[in-house]
Design a protein around this ligand. Structure first.
Ligand SMILES: [Zn+2]
Length: 244
């Protein structure tokens, strides 16, 4: 009898914590300062030492190799997951970093930017998320500043899902390379996922040059994510930020 009750108790704790871990927000009781308390899985959100985003400053010039982009496939689906608007990319696109291929899985957006550059936030930030064969992650960040309308975002935004209502096949042919700046100098640092569970060991590669989006384009995205979806900057700690 005791054993059965114990099992029921454990099962209910597991179920409730699993359900709870799945829910988080960008403000209030389940906002960024509470992510670490929402579930034991989110340990790194509060106790991690190499969390993202950061304020990129005191960077050190180094002989880091240019990132080799091989973006040969297009976006396949677009969806709103309640935290961001994300585009899945058909298999076959990759980057080469540290002599290893990282496959591009998806890209998504934040407003305002999550990372800052020398204290400056941008209107938005694009994250291109890649994984190598062992599941290690590499994220390419691209800052988006207000300016000219972006024709690629215009195509994507035509299908902007304003609510979390499942996947939509992407009608426009959008190659992710068309969202990269012309010049590809970058900052490099070790970091984490910027959403729960904030897992570390992520290679961060943030482009120095921004791309642009119009005021209307930024506003349209902000509406889809309930005004903002950026985690505040985290301590840099002992990390060194490299640049080429
Ligand atoms: Zn992101």
């Amino acid at each position: 009898m005791f054993k059965k009750n114990l099992l029921v108790a454990i099962a209910s704790i597991l179920l409730s914590s699993a359900a709870y871990a799945g829910h988080w927000t960008y403000e209030g009781d389940e906002g960024p300062e509470h992510w670490g308390d929402l579930s034991p899985d989110n340990y790194a959100c509060s106790k991690g030492k190499t969390q993202t985003p950061i304020d990129i400053e005191h960077e050190v010039k180094a002989e880091i190799h240019p990132i080799k982009f091989e973006y040969t496939t297009d976006g396949s689906e677009i969806f709103n997951n309640g935290h961001t608007v994300q585009v899945s990319v058909a298999p076959g696109s990759s980057i080469m970093v540290d002599g290893k291929a990282f496959q591009l899985k998806q890209f998504h957006f934040h407003t305002p930017s999550e990372n800052l550059v020398h204290g400056k936030p941008y209107a938005m930030e694009l994250h291109l998320v890649h994984a190598d064969a062992d599941g290690n992650l590499a994220v390419v960040g691209v800052m988006i500043q207000k300016g000219e309308e972006n024709p690629v975002l215009a195509e994507l935004w035509k299908q902007m899902p304003n609510t979390a209502d499942g996947n939509h096949p992407l009608e426009a042919k959008v190659n992710p390379a068309s969202l990269l700046p012309e010049k590809r100098d970058y900052y490099r640092f070790d970091g984490s996922l910027t959403t729960p569970p904030c897992s570390e060991g992520v290679r961060w590669l943030v482009m120095k040059d921004p791309i642009t989006a119009s005021e209307e384009q930024v506003e349209k995205f902000a509406k889809a994510v309930h005004e903002h979806n950026a985690r505040p900057v985290q301590p840099v700690g002992a990390r060194v930020i490299l640049t080429n």
